[in-house]
Ligand binder design. Structure first.
Ligand code: CA
Length: 464
């Protein structure tokens, strides 16, 4: 029988909050098990670091300018081809449980699933309303447990004669980071280390300086869940806020990890482990105090990188690691490949199956294209940008306009470029774009960026 596919995706879970990725701040033993018994991808990147767009790309195998979900306020048109539709048509049983965030009602409800039960919008952590095949039901309990319970119930009633695709999408650990009672006191006695770039001064990066996602300034009462103590210096107050933020974030992840354990145990118990591809990923990365920030959106490493762990004992060597560049646009073709189905010619990613088998094709990509469209979004004020990342460099262009994009603010911002040498400056603190010695590199990267942009049918910003 063709392999089952269990796709577990959380929301905003950065790779550097997973111990298999050498987290300095937490342990995730159950998620780590997938890495230990499978492969860890160290360079898996999203093509637009926000929720809805990344989800749309994962389903459709297309970049956001092609699938119509460029920002958080866009909805997915369910008539667009997606990989669950193709798996289902070929005989898979398919289900989606948890976060959807791609719109509701015709034609935005999930398509391609025999069963779906999703949170409306962001959904709630406690006693969430869910849309069970479109019917509104309030579920008592904690959202991470509920999503797992519904998923296990669906697995238990499935037809064991057919392979399954289950997309298990956690809402956690998305802001406002509400932990359950079982983990509410985790880390209470600990002082978690702040990242090396916690006190970034944004020197040479005006877009970074302009963003409103700073731990010391932009977290509010709902995030902190306690009044700021008096008598603290600014530095002490910033650290206090960081502890409040990061501990709740990690407590939410601890509940995910426990529930991943429940699902892996179920597969073991049912004898499904050998013939099931298990993926753990997140829709994008997140700043965990890095650059003094929470949130995502930027093309910087912490936000760009997705965790991607995959286990399939029949094909993937235990404890293996790939540093090849993988993208969220690759997920859909990969699953079709494993299901022995043809990959639609207009899809824009490549199957990761050879990489997972330990073989990097000679023509595998060495650069990736990124675009964040949501210019000056009302909350975080991040400037729209596109760019290219290679193994050594990253070139980013903040083109300074909304271009009529949904969810954006139609105000001009400075048109600026950033260049980082990721080997010399892995934290991306020094913008080398104006360095005379770097001009040959800039020219080469601009040419590559144009080529990549054209290859995915996107267009450069043209001054009016
Ligand atoms: Ca997200």
């Amino acid at each position: 029988m063709r392999p089952n596919i269990l796709f577990i995706m959380s929301d905003d879970h950065a790779a550097h909050a997973i111990s298999a990725y050498q987290s300095r701040i937490n342990q995730t033993p159950h998620i780590d098990r997938i890495a230990r018994e499978g492969m860890r991808f160290d360079n898996c990147f999203c093509t637009n670091s926000i929720c809805a767009p990344s989800r749309a790309t994962i389903l459709t195998g297309l970049y956001n300018h092609e699938n119509g979900v460029r920002t958080l306020v866009d909805s997915l048109d369910g008539r667009l081809l997606n990989f669950p539709q193709l798996l289902r048509a070929s005989g898979y049983q398919t289900a989606l449980v948890g976060k959807w965030h791609l719109g509701h009602g015709w034609p935005h409800d999930p398509t391609g699933f025999d069963y779906w039960n999703v949170l409306p919008g962001q959904g709630d952590y406690f006693d969430p309303v869910m849309y069970d095949m479109g019917t509104k039901v309030q579920m008592p309990g904690y959202v991470t447990d509920i999503i797992t319970d519904i998923s296990l119930d669906w697995l238990a009633q499935r037809d064991a004669e057919k392979p399954f695709l289950l997309m298990l999408h956690h809402k956690a650990p998305h802001r406002p980071w509400l932990p359950d009672a079982a983990h509410a006191h985790l880390y209470e006695e600990d002082d978690l280390p702040a990242p090396d770039t916690f006190d970034d001064d944004y020197h040479s990066r005006p877009a970074a300086e302009a963003a409103r996602m700073r731990v010391d300034r932009d977290l509010h009462a709902e995030d902190l869940k306690a009044p700021v103590p008096g008598g603290l210096s600014p530095a002490e107050e910033k650290l206090w806020k960081y502890q409040r933020y990061i501990k709740d974030y990690l407590r939410c992840i601890a509940a995910i990890d426990d529930n991943v354990g429940r699902v892996l145990d179920y597969l073991d118990h049912e004898g499904l482990t050998d013939n099931t591809i298990v993926v753990y990923t997140s829709d994008q990365g997140f700043f965990l105090g890095d650059h003094g920030w929470y949130d995502k959106r930027f093309m910087y490493e912490e936000s760009l990188r997705m965790p991607f762990l995959i286990r399939y004992p029949k094909e993937i060597a235990a404890g293996s690691v790939s540093d090849a560049m993988a993208l969220n646009v690759d997920f859909a073709p990969s699953f079709l490949d494993w299901a022995e189905l043809a990959i639609p010619a207009h899809w824009q990613g490549q199957s990761l199956r050879p990489l997972a088998q330990g073989h990097v094709p000679a023509d595998w990509r060495t650069a990736m294209y990124y675009r964040y469209w949501m210019h000056l979004d009302a909350i975080h004020g991040v400037w729209a940008h596109y760019g290219i990342r290679t193994a050594q460099y990253k070139l980013i262009y903040y083109y300074g306009e909304a271009l009529g994009t949904s969810g954006s603010t139609d105000l001009g911002t400075p048109k600026t470029w950033e260049l980082f040498d990721l080997q010399a400056d892995p934290y991306e603190l020094t913008n080398l774009y104006d360095d005379p010695a770097m001009q040959p590199v800039v020219a080469e990267l601009k040419a590559q960026l144009s080529t990549l942009q054209a290859a995915v049918h996107d267009h450069p910003y043209e001054s009016p």
